[in-house]
Design a protein around this ligand. Structure first.
Ligand SMILES: C[C@H](O)[C@H](O)[C@H]1CNC2=NC(N)=NC(=O)C2=N1
Length: 98
């Protein structure tokens, strides 16, 4: 199991990401993506889902039309790990609508 990122290690890992913020009250990060339409949003979710399954690391997310709100945390570790940072970076790389 990956280890929880803490302190400077956590700060440094998050410095490489943009648009992600800490969730209040728990050790997790969140980002709201907005796409051109539902089709683009769902295409993003499909790509992210395939990667999540490959990594055996799954997002908490909510989709409303062209909006996808993602929260990442490693439940098994009780907080943020490298897996969350890796999945966040992948999501950013496939999000065309930002
Ligand atoms: C059994 C399975 O490997 C685990 O439950 C995996 C599945 N996906 C997961 N996803 C996330 N986000 N955190 C986990 O701890 C986690 N654990």
């Amino acid at each position: 199991m990956p280890t929880k990122l803490t302190g400077a290690q956590r700060t440094q890992a998050l410095a490489g990401l943009s648009g992600w913020r800490d969730v209040e009250g728990r050790d997790a990060i969140t980002k709201a993506y907005r796409f051109a339409d539902f089709n683009a949003a769902f295409a993003f979710m499909t790509r992210a889902a395939l990667m999540a399954e490959k990594m055996d690391h799954h997002p908490e997310w909510l989709n409303v039309y062209n909006r996808v709100e993602v929260t990442l945390s490693t439940h098994d570790a009780g907080g943020l790990t490298e897996l969350d940072v890796k999945l966040a970076a992948f999501m950013d790389s496939v999000a065309t609508g930002g």
